[in-house]
Design a protein. Structure first.
Length: 543
């Protein structure tokens, strides 16, 4: 494994501005993400108190259920110190961990927690929360892997009309194992293929829900790293959150106004509308008859309703739910960050570009509750380069960095233009011209004999059709000759820039575990911790 760091730019202009600490953009945040900002944040957190004891118990219980190793419980044990802090990040419970950026986020959390602990001399816990409350199954029920020169999608059959949180949605074990085996069959068999099928199959058998399988798989992939998991939908977590749910209910009008005003300022500044601005949106969900229902405020009635206004709840009724059954309540993208700030001693939050963008609309919401947005540390970006892609890129003189930025399609087309025989094009063009000229002469000579002009036009089309088929056959023969080289470009493009985007946003980890060993992610994590994280660089991993 060889690691090199590249300046990959232009893929996300907003992220580039944030990484470069653009003054106009940074005015929407309370901290930068540099070392001095982290030190300042640590000092300010020392003046706040958190329910670390109860949090420790909740995390211990959940991680034990997920099959965590001793290193994780050592990290959780740091919560006995009132000075303990956390580097936090989270993601949905994707099938087989989902796209690679989930794995990259875990690595980023571990690396920044390790760095911060060394820099500050304080206990810093790496915490990854699973968005178990999310209910859009179509976002988490599928994966993409490489297949030949392209991608192939594998998915669980699910009903998206059932708004059931991932923590509560039962995993069809037989279906999951079928999808796993079907995926593996499309990969080249290696010495690790059967190991993956066996190990992951056992994890599926041990799992009841999507979150169960996700959590167990993360601990399996990151064994020995000490990563700590938390399910945002965990009933035990909800009980800890009870006091702040009451705050979110009681001060909902101020929360909505703070968000609306800040989101409009963010949009006016030219940074877009990352979260829909709806003055009625409460930013809270309620489990209503086993359906996760988004609540809207009805200020005239002093109540909350569903979108259709067919169901309503008074403020007192929501307070009662918060006190007696808080697991029925959950957050959206606006309330979740501020709830996290209340619950956890967040030293820094590992964020993707989209998260950084929507957090830019939240500083007024945080201030409403006397909080500050924590330092938002850009998640490390990786591209994994297999040996086949590296070899083909070398043969075709393709730059890894430029291919990540732009893809290989333009280079491929240029190469094709240079190497495709051009001398037969004029032959067919001349033949078509001469054929049309001949047909015009024939039409003039035969007009008094032919029954109609239709016959002439029909035979003219047939003749041109024969020429077209002839040319296509020649093209196919030429393309067959050039195909091996063209496939080099296509393969590199598929590996480094699938679907015209970053590899990490599409591809699942499975092909790399299968091709380079079941411990390849742990090896990568160890190397990143050794080198230290650099959120400004794109990490290219040559396998």
């Amino acid at each position: 494994m060889h690691i090199q760091y590249e300046d990959v730019r232009g893929l996300n202009p907003f992220l580039d501005e944030y990484i470069n600490a653009d003054d106009r953009l940074m005015s929407f945040y309370d901290y930068g993400y540099d070392d001095e900002s982290i030190k300042k944040r640590a000092k300010e957190l020392a003046a706040r108190s958190f329910n670390r004891g109860s949090l420790k118990d909740v995390l211990y219980s959940f991680n034990k259920k997920m099959g965590a190793g001793e290193e994780t419980f050592t990290q959780i044990g740091k919560l006995t110190s009132e000075r303990s802090l956390m580097i936090v990040g989270g993601q949905q419970a994707g099938l087989f961990t989902g796209p690679l950026y989930t794995v990259h986020k875990v690595i980023s959390i571990l690396a920044h927690a390790d760095k911060a602990e060394k820099d500050l001399g304080l206990p810093v816990i790496p915490l990854f929360w699973i968005a178990g409350e999310d209910h859009d199954i179509d976002e988490i029920n599928h994966i993409f892997v490489y297949y030949k020169q392209d991608l192939k999608r594998f998915a669980m059959k699910e009903r998206n009309d059932l708004k059931i949180p991932a923590s509560n949605r039962n995993l069809n074990r037989e279906e999951a194992k079928k999808v796993l085996l079907s995926t593996i069959r499309h990969l080249q068999e290696t010495q690790d293929t059967k190991i993956i099928a066996s190990d992951w199959g056992k994890l599926i058998d041990e799992s009841k829900t999507y979150v169960d399988f996700f959590g167990k798989l993360i601990h399996h992939l990151f064994k020995g790293t000490g990563i700590v998991l938390m399910d945002a939908q965990d009933e035990a977590v909800r009980k800890l959150e009870r006091p702040f749910f009451n705050e979110l209910i009681e001060r909902n009008g101020k929360l909505r106004l703070a968000f609306e005003e800040q989101a409009k300022r963010f949009k006016t500044a030219g940074f877009g509308e990352p979260v829909s601005i709806d003055p009625r949106l409460s930013h809270l969900f309620l489990d209503d008859h086993n359906e996760r229902t988004l609540l809207y405020s009805d200020d005239q009635e002093g109540a909350f309703t569903n979108k259709e206004k067919t169901r309503s709840w008074t403020i007192d009724e929501l307070h009662h739910i918060a006190e007696t059954d808080p697991a029925k309540l959950s957050n959206n993208v606006v309330s979740r960050p501020v709830m996290q700030e209340w619950l956890l001693p967040v030293l820094g939050f590992i964020s993707g570009a989209g998260e950084i963008k929507y957090w830019g609309t939240l500083s007024s919401v945080f201030r409403e509750f006397d909080f500050k947005i924590p330092p938002l540390i850009p998640r490390m970006q990786f591209t994994l380069v297999d040996r086949g892609a590296l070899k083909r890129a070398g043969k075709r003189d393709l730059s890894i960095r430029k291919t990540i930025e732009q893809g290989a399609s333009e280079k491929r087309d240029e190469w094709y233009g240079r190497n495709r025989p051009a001398d037969y094009d004029p032959v067919f063009e001349k033949a078509e011209e001469e054929f049309e000229s001949l047909m015009e002469k024939m039409a003039a000579n035969l007009r008094e004999h032919a029954s109609t002009d239709v016959d002439h036009e029909r035979f003219q089309r047939m003749g041109k059709g024969v020429l077209d088929r002839y040319k296509r056959q020649v093209d196919r023969q030429v393309n067959r000759t050039l195909a091996p080289s063209m496939n080099h470009f296509n393969y590199v493009n598929t590996v480094l820039r699938p679907q015209d985007g970053l590899q990490e946003r599409t591809i699942n980890v499975l092909p790399f575990l299968n091709g380079y060993g079941t411990d390849v992610i742990r090896q990568l994590t160890a190397r990143v911790l050794e080198n230290g994280p650099d959120p400004k660089k794109h990490t290219v991993v040559i396998l």
